[in-house]
Design a protein around this ligand. Structure first.
Ligand code: SF4
Ligand code: SF4
Length: 385
């Protein structure tokens, strides 16, 4: 699947400190023109043709996509339906600017599903995390009252370490059937509250432990894409989420002005990979894109990866996560200590059954399973919504 991060605008007025976009980019009010959108449709039709009819999924991203009106998205959708028939769409939003007129849009165009980021320590309104949560919850309620399924996404900072069980309980108490965890990346910059790879591995371990405990005691636990992918990796050698992807080849990020990249976390920090108006062939031949594909496939792996028990499904994980001590990290980019903990759990009496019961909660292709899959149908993200 071709996954397109389509940015109608980079504008956002929510103001999270861990945002992957620099402040000046978030202040930019430029909106994607119809010409750029039309060029995008032609570009993606071509890309699809060169890839033997691969599916195209357009993820409306930003910036904050809901700073734009529902009408804008309906018109954009009509254009894409006409010029890129057969594509599908979804949206990732903070939900903060959600208005009643957005609700029919989400139901009609995004299959009644919306991905939203939730933050436990940094987003504030009037200096208060609590006030932010209250406002966010009113928007979640507004969406749910319209029959929309809301899937929260968490980017753990060092403030969330050790709070994994609390986070699972928080999701359960608020009735979320699924949630996602994204990695706090620091491509081209650094943040003091970004967990190291070892800390992120411990966070995943804490989450896994809390979810499996809930499975054992209640027979149900919220679906989480990263945890599912680690289980399918360890039990069946099938990666997903940040493990084993080909995002550099499959993802396209389209900025409001048509500039291109292949990773949303890199896009603001690298020279662009050309412009959508230049067409797909120019993008395919772009030397920076080719370099990034080569890096993911070959150069990101370290010698220890070739003898690692996870290598067949890990493929060294997200290619912009530094891979181990040679790159200033305390653990590899596949979070091996976490995968080892999953393997140990599977070998305990009843462990494998609990893990399989967890997987079986969301049938492959069901709404919740798709909403927690990073990178679309083939799990080709080393990395979606
Ligand atoms: S060493 Fe780490 S990055 Fe390499 S294959 Fe194993 S788990 Fe993945
Ligand atoms: S998995 Fe790929 S698209 Fe996702 S953050 Fe890493 S490099 Fe970027």
């Amino acid at each position: 699947m071709i996954l397109v991060y389509m940015k109608a605008t980079n504008r956002c007025n929510v103001g999270c400190t861990h945002c992957y976009l620099p402040l000046e980019v978030r202040a930019d009010k430029t909106r994607m023109s119809r010409e750029t959108l039309s060029s995008a449709a032609a570009f993606l039709s071509d890309m699809r043709r060169y890839r033997n009819g691969d599916k195209v999924h357009v993820l409306w991203h930003g910036g904050e996509p809901l700073t734009q009106s529902a009408d804008w998205y309906f018109k954009a959708g009509e254009l894409l339906d006409r010029e890129l028939p057969g594509h599908t769409e979804s949206m990732q939003t903070s939900l903060i600017p959600l208005r009643p007129d957005h609700l029919p849009l989400i139901n009609a165009r995004f299959d009644g599903l919306v991905g939203t980021s939730v933050d436990f320590s940094q987003r504030m309104i009037g200096g208060s995390v609590d006030a932010y949560h209250k406002l966010w919850q009113t928007k979640v309620d507004m969406a749910r009252n319209a029959g929309i399924e809301v899937i929260p996404g968490v980017v753990p900072t060092t403030n969330e370490l050790g709070r994994e069980e609390w986070i699972v309980d928080w999701m359960v108490e608020r009735g979320f059937a699924a949630f996602n965890v994204d990695r706090y990346n620091a491509y081209g910059t650094s943040f003091p509250d970004r967990p190291t790879n070892r800390q992120h591995a411990r966070f995943l371990d804490g989450l896994f432990t809390a979810l499996m405990k809930r499975m054992e005691t209640t027979g149900w636990a919220p679906v989480n894409g990263a945890i599912r992918a680690s289980i399918t990796g360890v039990l069946f050698g099938v990666g997903g989420d940040r493990w084993g992807g080909t995002c550099m080849n499959d993802f396209v990020v389209v900025e409001p002005d048509g500039s291109l990249n292949n990773c949303p976390d890199k896009a603001s920090f690298e020279e662009s990979y050309g412009n959508i108006a230049d067409g797909y062939k120019a993008f395919a031949a772009n030397k920076f894109r080719r370099k990034s594909i080569r890096h993911q496939a070959l150069e990101h792996k370290e010698s220890y990866c070739f003898s690692c028990e996870n290598q067949h499904f890990c493929a060294s994980g997200c290619p912009i996560t530094p891979n181990g001590p040679a790159h200033g990290e305390d653990e590899c980019s596949g979070y091996r200590t976490y995968l080892s903990a999953v393997r140990r759990f599977s070998e305990q009496p009843g462990g494998r059954d609990t893990m399989i019961a967890y997987l079986n909660q969301a049938e492959i292709g069901s709404k919740l399973e798709v909403a927690t899959r990073y990178g679309g149908e083939n799990n080709q993200g080393a990395c979606a919504a």
